[in-house]
Design a protein around this ligand. Structure first.
Ligand SMILES: Cc1ncc(C[n+]2csc(CCOP(=O)(O)OP(=O)(O)O)c2C)c(N)n1
Length: 359
């Protein structure tokens, strides 16, 4: 029997050299390009600063989004305020665009779960999901509620390519297909699930083709091209809002940093591979494109770099000046009536901390 090769082709508008083959899609104007660029530079500045805070003992374990800024930015700019975002842990850019302040994101990574208490645009958004792929089932639930209520809204969930090997992912995608849910799954295919490379993660040639089995549309985009991500999400949102069902978007990128600050990626991948991936990173190409179009110059670049540094430093000061979380929070909010053994442990924790001088 002759099997046809997978039809999925990575969609791209701006290539690694900042050149556009043909023209940009009608959904993208100059204002959007500039916003994308500014956001990506801001998030990279934030990311580097948070890693530095962690290295100096002022931050908890942190999952960097270095090299994947275009994915979060494209999603954040295309998703509607009325939609619900269910993030995983590399969505700093989307959260920033959904009005979650940088200092609040630092608070979260500093270990304070209150930082998942959102307001404004993100009031109905879900907390960062660390358990792999469980958020995809939540997104199916959210989209199902929207459909039952007849609302013109959708849920958008993100996960890594490793997460697509889990049952939760397949189950949720199956529901999205059979119930025609207004749901979008964006897979950040950064090639590595901690130390497990993409090629031994799944036998599927692309992550996008997993959609076929669920009866939904799936396609690949260049996840380092913010225009491709934006255009794909914009399309999927419009489709979901008009009752035409779910979409799986595989955004192909590369994790330029360690998995988290608790990882050392040099133990399982080569410098050559990482250096090669740097050539495709998402920020340089759009900067080149903007320069060539006459939309950006050196002076604007310097001003932006300065603004980003200042905004991030301001966030650092706010984060560092916040009082530590009360130790009682470790025990509260879990049970309507706290079990006796936990009441005892809570008492012990409070006493121990008091002895240490509240440190
Ligand atoms: C249910 C569950 N199993 C295992 C883990 C441990 N774990 C944390 S991150 C990770 C790899 C995830 O890789 P991928 O989905 O590709 O996302 P990436 O971190 O590369 O963005 C694993 C296995 C977890 N957090 N949750």
């Amino acid at each position: 029997m002759q099997y046809t090769k997978t039809p999925y082709q990575q969609k791209q508008f701006i290539d690694v050299n900042g050149a556009v083959a043909g023209s940009l899609p009608v959904t993208i104007n100059d204002d959007l390009l500039l916003r994308s660029y500014r956001t990506m530079v801001m998030i990279r500045t934030f990311d580097q600063r948070v890693v530095a805070l962690q290295r100096t003992g002022q931050m908890g374990t942190y999952a960097s989004c270095l090299g994947q800024e275009a994915i979060g930015t494209g999603i954040g700019l295309a998703l509607g305020k009325e939609d619900v975002f269910l993030p995983y842990y590399r969505d700093q850019a989307t959260q920033y665009l959904r009005d979650i302040p940088l200092h609040q994101q630092m608070q979260y990574w500093g270990g304070n779960e209150w930082a998942n208490h959102f307001t404004g645009t993100s009031i109905q958004d879900f907390p960062n999901c660390v358990p792999i792929a469980t958020q995809v089932t939540h997104a199916a639930g959210v989209a199902s509620a929207m459909k039952i209520r007849g609302e013109k809204r959708c849920s958008l969930v993100t996960c890594g390519e490793g997460a697509t090997s889990r049952g939760d992912f397949y189950e949720a995608m199956n529901l999205a297909g059979v119930w025609q849910l207004p749901m979008i799954m964006v897979v950040n295919n950064n090639q590595w699930a901690i130390s497990v490379p993409r090629n031994i993660q799944t036998g599927a040639e692309t992550i996008a083709q997993k959609a076929v089995a669920a009866g939904i549309e799936g396609f690949q985009v260049d996840g380092n091209d913010v225009c491709a991500v934006y255009d794909a999400v914009h399309y999927a949102v419009k489709k979901a809002h008009s009752g035409k069902g779910a979409t799986l978007i595989e955004a192909v990128s590369y994790r330029l940093g360690d998995h988290t600050t608790a990882d050392d990626a040099t133990r399982y991948r080569s410098h050559e591979e990482v250096n090669d991936a740097w050539k495709r990173e998402p920020i340089k190409r759009i900067q080149t494109y903007l320069h060539e179009r006459g939309l950006w110059d050196e002076e604007q670049e310097q001003t932006l770099q300065e603004q980003c540094k200042q905004e991030v430093e301001k966030a650092v000061q706010t984060y560092l000046s916040q009082p530590p979380q009360p130790v009682e929070d470790l025990f509260d909010y879990l049970f309507e009536e706290t079990p006796t053994h936990l009441v005892r442990q809570k008492q012990q924790a409070v006493e121990k901390l008091a002895k240490l001088g509240g440190e």
